[in-house]
Design a protein around this ligand. Sequence first.
Ligand code: NDP
Length: 324
Amino acid sequence: MSHSIVFSESGSPDVLRLAPAQVGQPAAGEVRLRHTAIGVNFIDIYQRSGLYPLPLPSGLGSEAAGVVEAVGEGVDWLRSGDRVAYAGGPLGAYSSQRLISAQHLVKLPDEIGDETAACAMLQGMTVEYLVQRTYPVQPGQTVLWHAAAGGVGQIALQWLTAMGAKVIATVGSAAKAEIARALGAAHVINYGEEDVVARVRDITGGKGVPVVYDSVGKDTFQISLSCLAPRGMMVSFGNASGPVPALSPLELTKHGSLFLTRPKLGDYTASREELEASTQALFARLADGRIRVTPSHRYPLAEAAQAHRDLEARRTTGSVILLP
Ligand code: NDP
């Protein structure tokens, strides 16, 4: 019997429950997958809590790796037994089996394991588009990355360091500072204890950084603006501490003609070409060891609620997966 996590009202992790599911035959263009590893991402929390409202009842989860069990009409590039992964498409990755349109899938190379794929697809493609396409970071540049010991953060540290950039990493604890240092951070700031703006000004000789990648949101937004050099770019890509309040464009002049963008992965992987280019860039770095990703935390699918509690309470580092 197949199972999936569902919820019928938004709220705390307690709303998540495991339910039996009937997964039928794939329709034209679809594939039936048996999941082997499922990615847990902060967006799952926004969707469960109601910050990003969903029609309910709903499944949850945007990312998984698995094995093709059956293909629908017209899917000629996949066959039963193929190893695949995805990050995007309709929710429902928190399940042991599912139907999904083949357009969301990529084949996994032999050298990339299922758990690595479930950790890295969504978070790694996010890093790819943020550092290569939202603000193309150049070798030698010093950039600021918040929550650098988290899932996206750990991949970003490795990616940026491998391309010759210097990362000022912020973290919420001494243990997380050690992780950031080990992954190549040039400077680490514990933003619970230190004055981030003063440290960044000091590190950059008063100039500020050309780009800040901020997924913490409410608590760091103003700090991030103050860390930028004139004409720098504020990349606000998440709300882990809560959504950023409305601001007037005039605020961007206070720090020197800043740019502000609020990007999301789906807009950078909307076409098949972009999806494939992003995954190829990620897979190349995973295959040659420039980026290493293994799950820091594994939970049975039935314990998805506990995974959410730990991620929300800042108890996790790196990537979190569920095992069906
Ligand atoms: P993380 O593993 O990074 O977990 C979030 C981290 O944020 C925590 O570990 C914590 O690190 C930090 N944090 C700071 N303040 C809070 C708070 N009040 N509550 C909870 N956490 C806090 O999660 P992910 O790697 O899954 O995602 C990282 C961010 O990137 C999220 O905001 C997510 O929404 C965003 N994202 C955006 C995408 C996009 O395309 N726009 C795509 C993918 C992810 P510490 O203790 O060190 O402060």
